[in-house]
Ligand binder design. Structure first.
Ligand code: XIL
Length: 359
């Protein structure tokens, strides 16, 4: 047992570390994480390996640097990590043609030290773009050159080291049309195929994904996304898979709905992945809500386990200390499988149970 005095010192050090993390966006942890990884061995990844599924989490380079317990928990529990923001357009190309890979390098080096795979997120999106691009008023020729050069530089830097890329993110709107974004406005619908071609050229081994939210249940958006990827395949565009973000609330989507959508995509010969799962709750969360959340996590994971196309199940972070939810959905939070001190919640135990039961 650690003496109280040591515990206080450790806690004080972590508070200091959290303060320097600063993060800039989302909520800072209300409670400083305790020491390591309150992990119950074996971790989720060890339990998932026999299923041929990798368990993943989003990761932040700044927290990794500030808090050793954060990285220890990830290494003990997961098999694949996704930089939450560090590979996005604005952070990696803050000025045209000038790249900054410091944060992404740190995440990839961490993954390699611990034998974890990496999902690259994301090359072409309508958010987190640098001002030089959004305000640049570039014509189609120049915008195409920007897109291709960005992909060549970012994917090329990590050639052979990033297993999966979210090449295009959130390209479809809720009505099932292509989203009205800078890329579509200037380049037309061909920007999607173009981006996949550029990614394939930069790393022929990486698995290339279209990543989307709110396609986990039937509807116009899910239909349009399936139609889009079927068309891309027919045109010979080098796409390997579809990522289902799966930002959920208790019971929605149901495991059955998700399994059905994974199957539709799997039937096209594409891989599927759950890429950003979280299950947000009204905070403070009650024990009953945490139990419903656990059940939802279990259902979503089971959907992936029973669909042969699904090889990755990643959550958007793992600890309630670091999650995008509080800032994006005021009044909600507690969305992840570990609490603010990295202790497993009912959700983590439910996923572990699902992995054990289906072996
Ligand atoms: C979010 C991050 O979690 C936040 O830290 C950031 O401020 C905004 O972006 N869908 C995606 C992710 O594909 O990139 C988003 O990540 C969450 C929604």
């Amino acid at each position: 047992m650690r003496s109280p005095a040591v515990a206080v010192l450790v806690a004080a050090g972590l508070v200091a570390a959290m303060a320097t993390v600063g993060c800039g966006d989302d909520t800072a942890a209300r409670t400083a994480p305790s020491t390591p990884a309150a992990t119950e061995a074996p971790g989720l990844q060890a339990l998932a390996a026999p299923h041929g599924v990798r368990m993943g989490t989003a990761v932040r380079a700044n927290v990794l640097a500030a808090d050793p317990g954060y990285g220890r928990t990830i290494a003990a529990q997961y098999g694949i990590v996704t930089p939450e923001n560090d590979l996005k357009f604005a952070p990696t190309e803050p000025q045209r043609g000038r790249f900054d890979f410091a944060a992404a390098d740190a995440v990839v080096a961490f993954a390699e030290r611990h034998g974890l795979a990496v999902r690259g997120h994301t090359l072409v999106w309508h958010r987190q773009l640098p001002a030089w691009l959004t305000e640049g008023r570039f014509d189609a020729r120049e915008t195409r050159a920007v897109l291709r050069a960005h992909i060549a530089a970012v994917v090329g830097r990590y050639r052979g080291r990033i297993a999966q890329w979210d090449v295009v993110n959130e390209a479809v709107d809720e009505d099932g049309r292509l989203r009205d974004n800078l890329w579509l406005r200037v380049l037309g619908p061909g920007y999607i195929g173009d981006a996949f071609q550029a990614a394939r050229a930069a790393d022929p081994e990486a698995r290339l994904f279209l990543n989307e939210f709110a396609i986990e249940a039937p509807g116009p958006k899910a239909d349009a996304t399936v139609a889009l990827v079927a068309r891309l395949r027919a045109e010979g565009v080098p796409i390997d898979g579809v990522g289902f973000q799966a930002h959920a609330t208790p019971g929605a989507p149901s495991g059955e709905a998700l399994a059905g959508q994974l199957r539709r995509v799997g039937r096209l010969g594409l891989e599927t992945a759950v890429t950003e799962a979280d299950v947000r709750l009204d905070v403070p969360a009650t024990p009953a809500a945490l139990a419903r959340q656990a059940n939802t996590y279990r259902q979503l994971l089971e959907a992936c386990l029973r669909e042969p196309s699904c090889h990755t199940f990643a959550t958007w972070g793992f600890t309630d200390a670091w999650s995008w939810i509080a800032k994006t959905f005021p009044g909600q939070g507690a969305a992840l499988p570990f609490d603010e001190r990295y202790r497993p919640k009912p959700a983590q135990r439910a996923m572990a149970a699902a992995l054990r039961a289906r072996r």
